[in-house]
Ligand binder design. Structure first.
Ligand SMILES: Cc1cc2nc3c(=O)[nH]c(=O)nc-3n(C[C@H](O)[C@H](O)[C@H](O)COP(=O)(O)O)c2cc1C
Length: 360
């Protein structure tokens, strides 16, 4: 399938460190995702033949349209890595120009690349020259901060370098997740580029994906945190219908993830430790799911809204955000034990807010 066809009207599952692990992508594909992406993969670590990095570029059998995202500042290294991921079966290769984390930006990677559009162009050119046939894409933010917004310059440089599509996360590097995504800026880029643009930021429901795609003129849109909180968003998007799962239905989805994770990492001691680690990590997002408000409006879920109603005891158990409860839920899921509200540990004195400050 060609990229343009794959993107047309799609809700892309965003690249997420840790979150886009192979079994989680499988879960999202079972729930309707058609375009998926790897976690950010550091080209240098691939060159060093690090096993953990190679695991990130693996495509699962039957994955419909899979892109590998690379991070590098070096055109030769990037070219080599792009050719490698093509030979390993990726459908497209993407350049990360948005990661805000200091550890990476201090090395010139991620969002720091966006400060030098001419460099972006050279990197994309190097990738284009290296691959035999797969499309090359890039993912940017709007700039380093509000005073240094340069999204149009970045976008043009990337298109001039020969990229086949561009993803725009509608926030600056310094904004992290503190501000709403700026879909006007995304629309401005979509209107001025000759290549398909994938708009990204704050899509939590299928209907939002559809309306933001239509309103911005983007070929496709991407969601990241919603894929972690409510992976059935892909079904919602495909069917055009809001879905509110019962607590039992949600648990069935989480159990399916555990099954896929065991199939991937194994169910020996070592494998189960990975499954437990990832399940616990995902629970930090799963607990943010909240039903529609009584007035018919939709909860934000950036963090779990205080006082969000829980309709059943089991739903209440899934809404807990304290460590003890999440550990207990992870144990039940991994051991395939029933989750009983009566069996939940006593709440800690102060629950903590679900994590927000994450990479992107
Ligand atoms: C846990 C997590 C990990 C992420 N890792 C990456 C990454 O490796 N590469 C990337 O380009 N963006 C990454 N992002 C950013 C998302 O792809 C996306 O751009 C951002 O979350 C905004 O979309 P959203 O509002 O739908 O969450 C990550 C986001 C999250 C929540």
């Amino acid at each position: 399938m060609v990229l343009r066809e794959a993107l047309e009207g799609a809700l892309v599952m965003g690249p997420m460190t840790k979150g886009s692990n192979l079994p989680y992508r499988r879960l999202c594909v079972e729930l309707g995702a058609r375009v998926t992406m790897s976690e950010m993969t550091v080209a240098r670590r691939l060159r060093q033949r690090r096993k953990g990095e190679f695991a990130l570029i693996r495509r699962f059998e039957g994955e419909p349209f899979f892109g590998v995202q690379l991070a590098s500042t070096n055109p030769d290294e990037l070219a080599w890595a792009a050719a490698l991921v093509e030979s390993r079966g990726a459908d497209f290769v993407d350049l990360n120009c948005g990661c805000p984390i200091d550890h990476f930006t201090h090395k010139g990677l991620g969002a720091s690349l966006g400060r030098q559009p001419s460099r972006l162009r050279r990197l994309v050119e190097a990738m284009k020259t290296a691959v035999a046939g797969i499309p090359v894409t890039a993912k940017i933010r709007l700039g380093w901060n509000d005073q240094a917004r340069n999204h149009l310059d970045q976008a043009r440089a990337i298109a001039d370098g020969g990229a086949d599509a561009l993803t725009v996360h509608g926030r600056t590097r310094n904004a992290r997740y503190r501000t709403r995504a700026d879909w006007d800026a995304i629309a401005e880029i979509a209107a001025s580029l000759p290549i398909p643009v994938i708009g990204n930021g704050d899509i939590l429901f299928g209907h939002e994906a559809r309306s933001l795609a239509a309103g911005s003129g983007c070929a496709a849109v991407m969601t990241a945190r919603a894929a972690l909180i409510r992976p059935w968003i892909f079904r919602e998007h495909a069917d055009g219908e809001y879905r509110e799962l019962t607590a039992e239905e949600r648990i069935a989805v989480y159990r399916r993830y555990v099954e896929l994770a065991k199939a991937h990492w194994g169910d020996d001691e070592h494998g189960l430790a990975r499954v437990r680690l990832f399940t616990r990590w995902h629970l930090d997002f799963w607990c943010r799911e909240a039903p529609r408000r009584p007035d018919g409006s939709f909860p934000s879920m950036q963090i779990r809204e205080a006082g969000t109603s829980t309709r059943t005891l089991l739903e209440g158990s899934l809404a807990r955000t304290d460590e003890k409860a999440l550990d207990h839920l992870a144990d039940c899921l991994v051991a395939n034990r029933e989750i009983l509200p009566a069996g939940m540990p006593e709440p800690e004195a102060a629950g903590r807010e679900a994590v927000l400050e994450i990479q992107g």
